[in-house]
Design a protein around this ligand. Structure first.
Ligand code: ADP
Ligand code: MG
Length: 577
Protein backbone atom coordinates (compact mmCIF):
# COMPACT_ATOMS: atom_id res chain seq x y z
CA UNK A 1 0.00 0.00 0.00
CA UNK A 2 1.05 3.56 -0.70
CA UNK A 3 2.03 5.63 2.31
CA UNK A 4 0.83 9.03 3.46
CA UNK A 5 4.25 10.37 2.45
CA UNK A 6 3.64 9.25 -1.13
CA UNK A 7 0.49 11.34 -1.21
CA UNK A 8 2.36 14.33 0.14
CA UNK A 9 4.98 13.91 -2.52
CA UNK A 10 2.32 13.61 -5.23
CA UNK A 11 0.61 16.76 -4.00
CA UNK A 12 3.89 18.65 -4.22
CA UNK A 13 4.27 17.50 -7.79
CA UNK A 14 0.84 18.51 -9.01
CA UNK A 15 0.65 21.84 -7.19
CA UNK A 16 -0.41 24.71 -9.50
CA UNK A 17 -1.12 22.31 -12.34
CA UNK A 18 -4.55 22.29 -13.94
CA UNK A 19 -7.33 20.75 -11.92
CA UNK A 20 -7.65 17.33 -13.64
CA UNK A 21 -4.17 16.42 -12.34
CA UNK A 22 -5.91 15.86 -9.00
CA UNK A 23 -7.26 12.65 -10.53
CA UNK A 24 -3.87 11.06 -9.86
CA UNK A 25 -4.52 11.20 -6.14
CA UNK A 26 -7.20 8.49 -6.33
CA UNK A 27 -6.16 5.46 -4.30
CA UNK A 28 -5.51 4.28 -0.77
CA UNK A 29 -2.80 5.59 1.57
CA UNK A 30 -1.65 4.30 4.92
CA UNK A 31 -1.91 7.02 7.54
CA UNK A 32 -1.14 6.72 11.23
CA UNK A 33 -3.84 4.35 12.53
CA UNK A 34 -6.05 4.36 9.44
CA UNK A 35 -6.19 4.09 5.67
CA UNK A 36 -7.25 7.17 3.77
CA UNK A 37 -8.90 6.27 0.51
CA UNK A 38 -9.61 8.82 -2.18
CA UNK A 39 -12.44 7.06 -3.94
CA UNK A 40 -13.44 9.62 -6.53
CA UNK A 41 -11.94 12.94 -7.55
CA UNK A 42 -14.15 15.76 -8.74
CA UNK A 43 -13.63 17.12 -12.27
CA UNK A 44 -13.43 20.78 -11.34
CA UNK A 45 -13.69 22.93 -8.22
CA UNK A 46 -17.38 23.63 -8.85
CA UNK A 47 -18.42 20.02 -9.41
CA UNK A 48 -19.81 17.70 -6.73
CA UNK A 49 -17.00 17.32 -4.15
CA UNK A 50 -14.55 14.42 -4.07
CA UNK A 51 -15.38 11.23 -2.20
CA UNK A 52 -13.12 10.16 0.62
CA UNK A 53 -13.25 7.21 2.95
CA UNK A 54 -11.38 6.45 6.12
CA UNK A 55 -10.84 2.80 6.99
CA UNK A 56 -9.88 1.68 10.46
CA UNK A 57 -8.96 -1.78 11.55
CA UNK A 58 -11.40 -3.30 14.07
CA UNK A 59 -8.62 -3.93 16.56
CA UNK A 60 -7.62 -0.26 16.48
CA UNK A 61 -11.10 1.30 16.44
CA UNK A 62 -11.94 -1.14 19.26
CA UNK A 63 -15.59 -0.35 19.83
CA UNK A 64 -17.18 -2.78 22.30
CA UNK A 65 -18.14 -6.10 20.75
CA UNK A 66 -21.53 -6.23 22.44
CA UNK A 67 -22.46 -2.93 20.80
CA UNK A 68 -21.37 -3.80 17.30
CA UNK A 69 -22.65 -7.35 17.31
CA UNK A 70 -26.35 -6.46 17.26
CA UNK A 71 -27.69 -4.50 14.39
CA UNK A 72 -29.77 -1.97 16.30
CA UNK A 73 -27.03 -1.00 18.74
CA UNK A 74 -24.47 -0.94 15.92
CA UNK A 75 -26.69 1.40 13.89
CA UNK A 76 -27.10 3.66 16.92
CA UNK A 77 -23.33 3.66 17.48
CA UNK A 78 -22.61 4.55 13.85
CA UNK A 79 -25.20 7.30 14.05
CA UNK A 80 -23.48 8.73 17.12
CA UNK A 81 -20.08 8.56 15.39
CA UNK A 82 -21.44 10.43 12.35
CA UNK A 83 -22.80 13.18 14.59
CA UNK A 84 -19.52 13.40 16.50
CA UNK A 85 -17.38 13.45 13.38
CA UNK A 86 -19.70 16.05 11.84
CA UNK A 87 -19.21 18.31 14.84
CA UNK A 88 -15.44 18.04 14.63
CA UNK A 89 -15.37 18.49 10.86
CA UNK A 90 -17.76 21.44 10.95
CA UNK A 91 -15.08 23.57 12.55
CA UNK A 92 -12.71 22.86 9.66
CA UNK A 93 -15.04 23.18 6.69
CA UNK A 94 -13.91 25.96 4.35
CA UNK A 95 -10.88 26.65 6.53
CA UNK A 96 -8.88 25.66 3.51
CA UNK A 97 -9.55 28.27 0.88
CA UNK A 98 -10.08 28.55 -2.84
CA UNK A 99 -12.67 28.83 -5.56
CA UNK A 100 -15.96 26.95 -5.82
CA UNK A 101 -16.28 24.15 -3.31
CA UNK A 102 -12.61 24.35 -2.36
CA UNK A 103 -12.16 23.46 1.29
CA UNK A 104 -15.61 22.02 1.85
CA UNK A 105 -15.66 19.11 4.29
CA UNK A 106 -19.10 17.57 4.16
CA UNK A 107 -20.38 14.86 6.46
CA UNK A 108 -23.84 13.30 6.54
CA UNK A 109 -26.17 15.22 8.86
CA UNK A 110 -28.65 12.93 10.54
CA UNK A 111 -31.90 14.43 11.80
CA UNK A 112 -33.87 13.21 14.82
CA UNK A 113 -34.16 9.64 13.55
CA UNK A 114 -31.47 6.99 13.82
CA UNK A 115 -30.93 5.42 10.41
CA UNK A 116 -28.45 3.01 8.92
CA UNK A 117 -26.18 5.11 6.69
CA UNK A 118 -23.34 4.60 4.27
CA UNK A 119 -21.50 7.46 5.98
CA UNK A 120 -20.38 5.07 8.69
CA UNK A 121 -20.35 1.30 8.64
CA UNK A 122 -18.89 -1.16 11.08
CA UNK A 123 -18.45 -4.81 10.23
CA UNK A 124 -20.19 -6.83 12.94
CA UNK A 125 -17.60 -9.63 12.84
CA UNK A 126 -14.30 -7.81 12.49
CA UNK A 127 -15.24 -4.42 13.91
CA UNK A 128 -13.58 -2.81 10.87
CA UNK A 129 -14.90 0.70 10.44
CA UNK A 130 -15.43 2.74 7.29
CA UNK A 131 -16.27 6.39 7.42
CA UNK A 132 -17.24 8.23 4.24
CA UNK A 133 -17.29 11.93 3.56
CA UNK A 134 -16.85 14.53 0.84
CA UNK A 135 -14.08 17.05 0.43
CA UNK A 136 -13.86 19.92 -2.01
CA UNK A 137 -10.33 19.71 -3.39
CA UNK A 138 -8.99 23.26 -3.31
CA UNK A 139 -8.05 25.30 -6.34
CA UNK A 140 -7.33 28.87 -7.27
CA UNK A 141 -9.41 29.39 -10.35
CA UNK A 142 -8.79 26.07 -12.04
CA UNK A 143 -5.28 25.46 -10.87
CA UNK A 144 -4.57 23.06 -8.07
CA UNK A 145 -3.83 24.46 -4.64
CA UNK A 146 -2.12 21.43 -3.16
CA UNK A 147 -1.01 23.16 0.02
CA UNK A 148 -4.62 23.69 0.99
CA UNK A 149 -5.53 20.07 0.28
CA UNK A 150 -2.54 19.03 2.32
CA UNK A 151 -3.95 21.04 5.22
CA UNK A 152 -7.20 19.13 4.99
CA UNK A 153 -5.80 15.65 4.55
CA UNK A 154 -2.80 15.94 6.90
CA UNK A 155 -4.08 18.26 9.61
CA UNK A 156 -7.86 18.62 9.71
CA UNK A 157 -8.99 15.09 8.91
CA UNK A 158 -6.49 13.29 11.14
CA UNK A 159 -7.75 15.35 14.04
CA UNK A 160 -11.41 14.52 13.31
CA UNK A 161 -10.59 10.85 12.82
CA UNK A 162 -8.61 10.67 16.02
CA UNK A 163 -11.28 12.36 18.12
CA UNK A 164 -14.34 10.69 16.64
CA UNK A 165 -13.52 7.24 15.37
CA UNK A 166 -11.47 5.51 18.05
CA UNK A 167 -13.11 4.09 21.13
CA UNK A 168 -10.17 5.04 23.30
CA UNK A 169 -10.87 8.74 22.66
CA UNK A 170 -14.64 8.47 22.83
CA UNK A 171 -16.98 9.56 25.59
CA UNK A 172 -17.54 5.99 26.73
CA UNK A 173 -20.45 6.76 29.03
CA UNK A 174 -22.22 8.61 26.26
CA UNK A 175 -21.78 5.71 23.83
CA UNK A 176 -23.03 3.28 26.45
CA UNK A 177 -26.16 5.41 26.86
CA UNK A 178 -26.68 5.46 23.10
CA UNK A 179 -26.51 1.66 22.97
CA UNK A 180 -28.79 1.29 25.99
CA UNK A 181 -31.43 3.52 24.45
CA UNK A 182 -31.34 1.49 21.23
CA UNK A 183 -31.70 -1.69 23.23
CA UNK A 184 -34.69 -0.29 25.15
CA UNK A 185 -36.33 0.85 21.92
CA UNK A 186 -35.83 -2.58 20.41
CA UNK A 187 -37.31 -4.13 23.52
CA UNK A 188 -40.45 -1.98 23.17
CA UNK A 189 -40.78 -3.11 19.54
CA UNK A 190 -40.62 -6.73 20.64
CA UNK A 191 -43.07 -6.18 23.48
CA UNK A 192 -45.60 -4.55 21.13
CA UNK A 193 -45.81 -7.84 19.26
CA UNK A 194 -46.05 -9.93 22.41
CA UNK A 195 -48.83 -7.81 23.89
CA UNK A 196 -50.93 -7.39 20.76
CA UNK A 197 -50.22 -3.67 20.54
CA UNK A 198 -49.55 -1.61 17.45
CA UNK A 199 -48.06 1.40 19.21
CA UNK A 200 -46.77 2.68 22.51
CA UNK A 201 -46.51 6.32 23.59
CA UNK A 202 -44.71 6.80 26.87
CA UNK A 203 -45.90 9.16 29.56
CA UNK A 204 -43.78 12.28 29.50
CA UNK A 205 -43.12 12.09 25.77
CA UNK A 206 -42.90 15.37 23.86
CA UNK A 207 -44.82 14.97 20.61
CA UNK A 208 -45.08 18.42 19.01
CA UNK A 209 -42.14 19.81 17.09
CA UNK A 210 -40.56 23.22 17.35
CA UNK A 211 -42.04 24.45 14.08
CA UNK A 212 -43.11 23.37 10.63
CA UNK A 213 -39.50 23.54 9.50
CA UNK A 214 -37.78 22.19 12.59
CA UNK A 215 -38.03 18.64 13.77
CA UNK A 216 -36.64 19.42 17.21
CA UNK A 217 -38.92 19.07 20.21
CA UNK A 218 -41.22 21.96 21.08
CA UNK A 219 -40.12 23.75 24.20
CA UNK A 220 -42.78 24.03 26.88
CA UNK A 221 -44.96 21.40 25.26
CA UNK A 222 -47.65 19.62 27.23
CA UNK A 223 -46.12 16.23 27.89
CA UNK A 224 -48.00 13.12 26.95
CA UNK A 225 -50.01 11.37 29.65
CA UNK A 226 -51.83 8.14 28.89
CA UNK A 227 -55.51 7.76 29.77
CA UNK A 228 -55.71 5.38 32.70
CA UNK A 229 -57.82 2.85 30.84
CA UNK A 230 -55.19 2.45 28.12
CA UNK A 231 -52.11 2.67 30.30
CA UNK A 232 -49.65 -0.19 30.12
CA UNK A 233 -46.37 -0.77 31.87
CA UNK A 234 -43.35 -2.11 30.02
CA UNK A 235 -40.19 -3.37 31.63
CA UNK A 236 -37.13 -2.21 29.69
CA UNK A 237 -33.68 -3.74 30.02
CA UNK A 238 -32.01 -0.42 30.92
CA UNK A 239 -34.60 2.22 31.75
CA UNK A 240 -36.61 -0.18 33.90
CA UNK A 241 -40.36 0.31 34.15
CA UNK A 242 -41.93 2.70 31.64
CA UNK A 243 -45.63 3.50 31.55
CA UNK A 244 -47.61 4.91 28.68
CA UNK A 245 -50.48 4.45 26.28
CA UNK A 246 -50.64 1.11 24.53
CA UNK A 247 -52.74 1.14 21.39
CA UNK A 248 -54.10 -2.35 20.78
CA UNK A 249 -54.55 -3.99 17.41
CA UNK A 250 -57.88 -3.27 15.75
CA UNK A 251 -59.49 0.04 14.87
CA UNK A 252 -58.64 3.08 16.96
CA UNK A 253 -60.09 6.53 16.46
CA UNK A 254 -58.48 9.73 17.59
CA UNK A 255 -61.13 12.41 17.93
CA UNK A 256 -61.28 15.86 19.49
CA UNK A 257 -61.82 19.49 18.72
CA UNK A 258 -59.71 21.34 16.19
CA UNK A 259 -56.24 22.26 17.44
CA UNK A 260 -56.32 19.83 20.36
CA UNK A 261 -53.35 17.82 19.14
CA UNK A 262 -54.82 14.97 17.06
CA UNK A 263 -52.58 15.33 14.03
CA UNK A 264 -49.57 15.85 16.27
CA UNK A 265 -50.20 12.49 17.93
CA UNK A 266 -50.66 10.76 14.58
CA UNK A 267 -47.50 12.35 13.19
CA UNK A 268 -45.55 11.05 16.19
CA UNK A 269 -46.96 7.58 15.53
CA UNK A 270 -45.90 7.83 11.87
CA UNK A 271 -42.36 8.61 12.92
CA UNK A 272 -42.44 5.93 15.60
CA UNK A 273 -41.48 3.36 12.98
CA UNK A 274 -37.96 4.75 13.48
CA UNK A 275 -35.91 5.12 16.62
CA UNK A 276 -35.23 8.64 17.84
CA UNK A 277 -32.14 10.09 19.45
CA UNK A 278 -31.88 10.94 23.11
CA UNK A 279 -33.40 14.34 23.86
CA UNK A 280 -35.90 14.16 21.03
CA UNK A 281 -38.93 13.63 23.25
CA UNK A 282 -40.09 10.65 21.18
CA UNK A 283 -37.48 8.17 22.43
CA UNK A 284 -40.22 5.87 23.67
CA UNK A 285 -42.84 6.55 21.04
CA UNK A 286 -42.70 3.27 19.19
CA UNK A 287 -45.03 2.15 16.41
CA UNK A 288 -45.27 -1.18 14.64
CA UNK A 289 -42.46 -0.71 12.16
CA UNK A 290 -44.55 -1.79 9.18
CA UNK A 291 -47.05 1.04 9.74
CA UNK A 292 -47.92 3.13 6.69
CA UNK A 293 -49.40 6.60 6.58
CA UNK A 294 -52.21 6.54 4.06
CA UNK A 295 -53.24 9.74 2.38
CA UNK A 296 -54.77 11.14 -0.76
CA UNK A 297 -52.22 11.89 -3.43
CA UNK A 298 -53.86 13.52 -6.44
CA UNK A 299 -51.81 13.28 -9.57
CA UNK A 300 -49.74 10.24 -8.73
CA UNK A 301 -49.29 7.53 -11.31
CA UNK A 302 -50.80 4.13 -10.63
CA UNK A 303 -49.63 1.11 -12.54
CA UNK A 304 -52.02 -1.80 -12.61
CA UNK A 305 -52.94 -1.75 -8.94
CA UNK A 306 -55.99 -3.76 -7.96
CA UNK A 307 -58.17 -1.17 -6.24
CA UNK A 308 -61.41 -3.16 -6.64
CA UNK A 309 -61.65 -3.47 -2.86
CA UNK A 310 -62.74 0.17 -2.94
CA UNK A 311 -63.59 1.14 -6.47
CA UNK A 312 -65.68 -0.69 -9.04
CA UNK A 313 -67.71 0.14 -12.11
CA UNK A 314 -66.13 3.43 -13.13
CA UNK A 315 -68.21 5.34 -15.68
CA UNK A 316 -65.43 5.14 -18.27
CA UNK A 317 -65.40 1.37 -17.90
CA UNK A 318 -61.80 1.36 -16.66
CA UNK A 319 -60.59 -1.89 -15.11
CA UNK A 320 -60.16 -1.38 -11.39
CA UNK A 321 -58.59 -4.82 -10.86
CA UNK A 322 -55.57 -3.52 -12.71
CA UNK A 323 -56.01 0.18 -12.43
CA UNK A 324 -53.81 2.38 -14.49
CA UNK A 325 -53.55 6.14 -14.58
CA UNK A 326 -50.95 8.84 -14.94
CA UNK A 327 -53.03 11.27 -12.93
CA UNK A 328 -54.99 9.71 -10.09
CA UNK A 329 -57.85 11.44 -8.31
CA UNK A 330 -57.96 11.87 -4.54
CA UNK A 331 -60.01 8.73 -3.97
CA UNK A 332 -58.27 6.44 -6.48
CA UNK A 333 -54.86 7.52 -5.19
CA UNK A 334 -55.84 6.83 -1.60
CA UNK A 335 -57.32 3.46 -2.59
CA UNK A 336 -54.10 2.55 -4.36
CA UNK A 337 -52.07 3.69 -1.35
CA UNK A 338 -54.06 1.33 0.88
CA UNK A 339 -53.74 -1.69 -1.38
CA UNK A 340 -50.07 -1.08 -2.16
CA UNK A 341 -49.33 -0.78 1.56
CA UNK A 342 -50.98 -4.17 2.06
CA UNK A 343 -48.79 -5.56 -0.69
CA UNK A 344 -45.79 -4.07 1.14
CA UNK A 345 -46.73 -6.07 4.23
CA UNK A 346 -48.14 -3.40 6.50
CA UNK A 347 -49.92 -4.32 9.71
CA UNK A 348 -51.10 -0.80 10.50
CA UNK A 349 -52.66 2.07 8.57
CA UNK A 350 -52.30 5.59 9.91
CA UNK A 351 -54.86 7.98 8.46
CA UNK A 352 -55.60 11.63 9.12
CA UNK A 353 -58.85 13.11 7.97
CA UNK A 354 -56.93 16.29 7.16
CA UNK A 355 -55.04 14.57 4.35
CA UNK A 356 -57.73 12.21 3.09
CA UNK A 357 -60.20 12.33 0.23
CA UNK A 358 -63.58 12.70 1.91
CA UNK A 359 -65.39 10.54 -0.65
CA UNK A 360 -62.87 7.78 -0.02
CA UNK A 361 -63.38 7.86 3.75
CA UNK A 362 -67.14 8.15 4.11
CA UNK A 363 -70.49 8.59 2.41
CA UNK A 364 -73.30 9.80 4.58
CA UNK A 365 -76.72 8.27 4.51
CA UNK A 366 -78.46 11.26 3.06
CA UNK A 367 -76.14 11.21 0.10
CA UNK A 368 -76.72 7.47 -0.30
CA UNK A 369 -80.43 8.17 -0.57
CA UNK A 370 -80.02 10.72 -3.32
CA UNK A 371 -77.17 9.15 -5.29
CA UNK A 372 -78.12 5.53 -5.66
CA UNK A 373 -75.37 3.12 -4.51
CA UNK A 374 -75.34 1.53 -7.95
CA UNK A 375 -74.27 4.88 -9.37
CA UNK A 376 -71.42 5.15 -6.88
CA UNK A 377 -68.18 3.40 -7.79
CA UNK A 378 -66.59 3.95 -4.38
CA UNK A 379 -66.96 1.62 -1.42
CA UNK A 380 -65.69 4.00 1.25
CA UNK A 381 -62.97 3.03 3.70
CA UNK A 382 -65.50 3.05 6.54
CA UNK A 383 -67.19 0.03 4.96
CA UNK A 384 -63.90 -1.86 4.74
CA UNK A 385 -62.04 -0.90 7.88
CA UNK A 386 -63.35 -3.85 9.94
CA UNK A 387 -62.68 -6.35 7.20
CA UNK A 388 -59.18 -5.01 6.67
CA UNK A 389 -58.51 -5.98 10.25
CA UNK A 390 -60.64 -9.12 10.40
CA UNK A 391 -59.57 -10.68 7.11
CA UNK A 392 -56.16 -9.20 6.47
CA UNK A 393 -54.96 -8.43 9.99
CA UNK A 394 -54.27 -4.77 9.25
CA UNK A 395 -55.17 -2.39 12.08
CA UNK A 396 -56.11 1.24 11.60
CA UNK A 397 -55.46 4.34 13.67
CA UNK A 398 -57.59 7.12 12.28
CA UNK A 399 -57.86 10.79 13.14
CA UNK A 400 -61.51 11.70 12.70
CA UNK A 401 -62.41 15.17 13.86
CA UNK A 402 -65.67 15.53 11.99
CA UNK A 403 -67.11 12.14 11.19
CA UNK A 404 -68.91 10.27 13.95
CA UNK A 405 -69.89 7.33 11.75
CA UNK A 406 -66.57 5.70 12.48
CA UNK A 407 -67.73 5.25 16.10
CA UNK A 408 -69.63 2.19 14.90
CA UNK A 409 -66.44 0.64 13.62
CA UNK A 410 -63.95 1.50 16.33
CA UNK A 411 -62.59 -0.72 19.09
CA UNK A 412 -61.18 2.30 20.90
CA UNK A 413 -61.97 5.98 20.75
CA UNK A 414 -59.43 8.39 22.17
CA UNK A 415 -60.31 12.03 22.56
CA UNK A 416 -57.56 14.63 22.58
CA UNK A 417 -58.42 17.42 25.01
CA UNK A 418 -55.91 20.21 25.23
CA UNK A 419 -53.21 17.78 24.16
CA UNK A 420 -54.26 15.17 26.72
CA UNK A 421 -55.81 11.93 25.57
CA UNK A 422 -58.93 10.54 27.25
CA UNK A 423 -60.57 7.30 26.38
CA UNK A 424 -64.20 7.92 25.38
CA UNK A 425 -65.07 4.57 23.82
CA UNK A 426 -68.11 3.90 26.03
CA UNK A 427 -69.61 7.34 25.47
CA UNK A 428 -69.02 7.18 21.72
CA UNK A 429 -70.62 3.75 21.49
CA UNK A 430 -73.62 4.85 23.53
CA UNK A 431 -74.22 7.93 21.43
CA UNK A 432 -73.73 5.94 18.27
CA UNK A 433 -76.34 3.39 19.39
CA UNK A 434 -78.89 6.14 20.12
CA UNK A 435 -78.17 7.79 16.81
CA UNK A 436 -78.49 4.56 14.89
CA UNK A 437 -82.13 4.19 16.02
CA UNK A 438 -82.86 7.42 14.17
CA UNK A 439 -81.01 6.68 10.99
CA UNK A 440 -81.74 4.51 7.99
CA UNK A 441 -80.21 1.23 7.14
CA UNK A 442 -77.63 1.44 4.41
CA UNK A 443 -77.22 -1.28 1.82
CA UNK A 444 -74.37 -3.67 2.60
CA UNK A 445 -71.01 -3.09 0.96
CA UNK A 446 -70.03 -5.48 -1.85
CA UNK A 447 -68.23 -8.62 -0.65
CA UNK A 448 -64.49 -8.47 -0.13
CA UNK A 449 -62.36 -9.96 -2.86
CA UNK A 450 -58.73 -10.05 -1.70
CA UNK A 451 -56.60 -7.90 -3.98
CA UNK A 452 -54.24 -9.68 -6.33
CA UNK A 453 -50.56 -8.92 -5.88
CA UNK A 454 -49.00 -10.20 -9.07
CA UNK A 455 -48.03 -7.15 -11.01
CA UNK A 456 -45.22 -7.73 -13.46
CA UNK A 457 -43.39 -4.75 -14.82
CA UNK A 458 -40.97 -3.99 -17.56
CA UNK A 459 -39.41 -0.80 -18.72
CA UNK A 460 -41.34 1.34 -21.14
CA UNK A 461 -39.96 0.88 -24.66
CA UNK A 462 -38.97 4.52 -24.85
CA UNK A 463 -36.99 4.36 -21.64
CA UNK A 464 -33.32 3.60 -21.98
CA UNK A 465 -31.38 1.26 -19.78
CA UNK A 466 -28.04 2.89 -19.79
CA UNK A 467 -25.36 2.71 -17.21
CA UNK A 468 -24.62 6.37 -17.02
CA UNK A 469 -28.14 7.28 -16.02
CA UNK A 470 -27.85 9.93 -13.36
CA UNK A 471 -29.68 9.55 -10.10
CA UNK A 472 -30.51 12.95 -8.71
CA UNK A 473 -32.32 13.64 -5.46
CA UNK A 474 -34.54 16.64 -4.84
CA UNK A 475 -34.52 16.64 -1.07
CA UNK A 476 -37.19 14.35 0.27
CA UNK A 477 -39.60 15.36 -2.47
CA UNK A 478 -38.49 13.40 -5.47
CA UNK A 479 -35.69 11.52 -7.12
CA UNK A 480 -35.00 11.42 -10.80
CA UNK A 481 -33.37 8.77 -12.90
CA UNK A 482 -32.51 10.66 -16.04
CA UNK A 483 -35.87 11.99 -17.20
CA UNK A 484 -38.02 9.77 -15.02
CA UNK A 485 -38.96 11.77 -11.97
CA UNK A 486 -40.36 9.75 -9.09
CA UNK A 487 -42.50 11.96 -6.88
CA UNK A 488 -42.11 11.07 -3.22
CA UNK A 489 -43.37 14.22 -1.55
CA UNK A 490 -46.45 12.47 -0.19
CA UNK A 491 -44.63 9.38 0.96
CA UNK A 492 -44.59 10.96 4.37
CA UNK A 493 -42.58 8.41 6.28
CA UNK A 494 -39.50 9.11 4.21
CA UNK A 495 -37.64 11.21 6.73
CA UNK A 496 -34.26 11.86 5.16
CA UNK A 497 -33.08 12.95 1.73
CA UNK A 498 -30.44 10.20 1.92
CA UNK A 499 -33.22 7.63 1.93
CA UNK A 500 -34.59 9.24 -1.20
CA UNK A 501 -31.21 9.00 -2.92
CA UNK A 502 -30.88 5.33 -2.06
CA UNK A 503 -34.40 4.69 -3.35
CA UNK A 504 -33.33 6.30 -6.63
CA UNK A 505 -30.37 3.92 -6.87
CA UNK A 506 -32.56 0.95 -5.99
CA UNK A 507 -35.08 1.93 -8.66
CA UNK A 508 -32.30 2.38 -11.19
CA UNK A 509 -30.87 -1.03 -10.34
CA UNK A 510 -34.29 -2.68 -10.51
CA UNK A 511 -35.08 -1.03 -13.84
CA UNK A 512 -31.85 -2.30 -15.29
CA UNK A 513 -31.60 -5.79 -13.83
CA UNK A 514 -34.87 -6.93 -12.30
CA UNK A 515 -37.93 -5.66 -14.13
CA UNK A 516 -37.92 -8.16 -16.94
CA UNK A 517 -41.67 -8.61 -17.27
CA UNK A 518 -41.44 -11.99 -15.53
CA UNK A 519 -40.77 -11.25 -11.87
CA UNK A 520 -43.63 -9.71 -9.97
CA UNK A 521 -43.15 -6.65 -7.83
CA UNK A 522 -42.92 -8.56 -4.56
CA UNK A 523 -40.15 -10.73 -5.98
CA UNK A 524 -38.25 -7.66 -7.16
CA UNK A 525 -38.43 -6.01 -3.74
CA UNK A 526 -37.37 -9.23 -2.03
CA UNK A 527 -34.35 -9.47 -4.32
CA UNK A 528 -33.36 -5.87 -3.64
CA UNK A 529 -33.62 -6.40 0.10
CA UNK A 530 -31.70 -9.63 -0.04
CA UNK A 531 -28.87 -7.85 -1.84
CA UNK A 532 -28.83 -5.06 0.70
CA UNK A 533 -28.83 -7.56 3.54
CA UNK A 534 -26.05 -9.72 2.15
CA UNK A 535 -23.78 -7.18 0.49
CA UNK A 536 -24.80 -3.93 2.10
CA UNK A 537 -25.12 -0.65 0.27
CA UNK A 538 -22.28 -1.61 -2.05
CA UNK A 539 -24.55 -4.13 -3.77
CA UNK A 540 -26.30 -1.50 -5.82
CA UNK A 541 -23.23 0.55 -6.76
CA UNK A 542 -22.15 -2.01 -9.32
CA UNK A 543 -18.45 -1.70 -8.69
CA UNK A 544 -18.35 2.07 -8.47
CA UNK A 545 -17.39 3.77 -5.25
CA UNK A 546 -20.05 3.80 -2.57
CA UNK A 547 -21.45 7.29 -1.99
CA UNK A 548 -21.46 8.71 1.52
CA UNK A 549 -25.09 9.79 1.33
CA UNK A 550 -27.20 6.64 1.47
CA UNK A 551 -29.63 6.01 4.29
CA UNK A 552 -31.73 2.88 4.56
CA UNK A 553 -35.44 3.19 3.81
CA UNK A 554 -37.98 0.64 4.99
CA UNK A 555 -39.48 -2.07 2.81
CA UNK A 556 -42.66 0.00 2.65
CA UNK A 557 -40.87 2.96 1.10
CA UNK A 558 -39.11 0.76 -1.44
CA UNK A 559 -42.54 -0.36 -2.62
CA UNK A 560 -43.81 3.20 -2.54
CA UNK A 561 -40.95 4.34 -4.74
CA UNK A 562 -41.26 1.56 -7.32
CA UNK A 563 -45.02 2.06 -7.40
CA UNK A 564 -44.46 5.66 -8.45
CA UNK A 565 -41.99 4.98 -11.28
CA UNK A 566 -43.70 6.32 -14.36
CA UNK A 567 -41.43 4.54 -16.80
CA UNK A 568 -42.43 1.11 -15.57
CA UNK A 569 -45.18 -0.48 -17.54
CA UNK A 570 -47.24 -3.61 -17.11
CA UNK A 571 -45.39 -6.37 -18.90
CA UNK A 572 -48.22 -7.08 -21.28
CA UNK A 573 -48.12 -3.53 -22.61
CA UNK A 574 -44.45 -3.71 -23.41
CA UNK A 575 -45.01 -6.91 -25.33
CA UNK A 576 -43.06 -9.04 -22.86
CA UNK A 577 -46.01 -11.10 -21.70
P1 ADP B 1 -55.53 19.02 15.48
O1 ADP B 1 -55.05 18.03 14.49
O2 ADP B 1 -56.26 18.41 16.60
O3 ADP B 1 -56.30 20.13 14.85
P2 ADP B 1 -52.72 19.66 15.84
O4 ADP B 1 -52.17 18.35 16.21
O5 ADP B 1 -52.49 20.14 14.46
O6 ADP B 1 -54.28 19.72 16.17
O7 ADP B 1 -52.12 20.67 16.89
C1 ADP B 1 -52.47 22.03 16.89
C2 ADP B 1 -51.33 22.87 17.44
O8 ADP B 1 -51.05 22.54 18.78
C3 ADP B 1 -50.03 22.68 16.67
O9 ADP B 1 -49.47 23.94 16.42
C4 ADP B 1 -49.17 21.88 17.61
O10 ADP B 1 -47.80 22.19 17.45
C5 ADP B 1 -49.67 22.27 18.96
N1 ADP B 1 -49.52 21.14 19.90
C6 ADP B 1 -49.85 19.85 19.64
N2 ADP B 1 -49.57 19.07 20.70
C7 ADP B 1 -49.09 19.88 21.66
C8 ADP B 1 -48.63 19.68 23.00
N3 ADP B 1 -48.61 18.46 23.54
N4 ADP B 1 -48.18 20.75 23.68
C9 ADP B 1 -48.20 21.97 23.13
N5 ADP B 1 -48.61 22.23 21.90
C10 ADP B 1 -49.06 21.22 21.15
MG1 MG C 1 -55.33 17.96 12.41
Amino acid sequence: MKQAEDLKELLRRIDHRSYPAYKDTAGAYQFDGYVLSIDHVQGDPFAAPSKISVRIDGAKAAFPKDIIRRKYTRTALCDALIRRFGKEAGAFSFQAKGSGKSGLISVSRPGQEVLERSACEIDPDTGNLIFRLEVGFPANGRSINAAELQKILFRFLPECVKKALFYENADKKELARVAQLAQDQQSIREQLQERGLVAFVANGAVLPRESGVSDRPMKQAVRFQAPESMEVELELPNAGKVRGMGIPKGVTLIVGGGYHGKSTLLKALERGVYNHISGDGREYVITDDTAVKIRAEDGRSIQQTDISLFINGLPNGKDTKAFQTEDASGSTSQAANVVEAMEAGTRLFLIDEDTSATNFMIRDQLMAQVVHPQMEPITPFIDRVRELYGQFGVSTILVAGSCGSYFYKADHVVQMMQYEPQEVTALAKEKAAQFFALSQDTPPAPPVVPPAFCRRFALDKKAVKNDRMKVKGMGKDAVSIDRDTIELRYVEQLVDSEQTILLGYLAKYARKHLFDGKKDLQTVVKLLEKMLREKGFAAICEGRYLPCNFAMPRTQEIYACLNRCRELRPAKETGLL
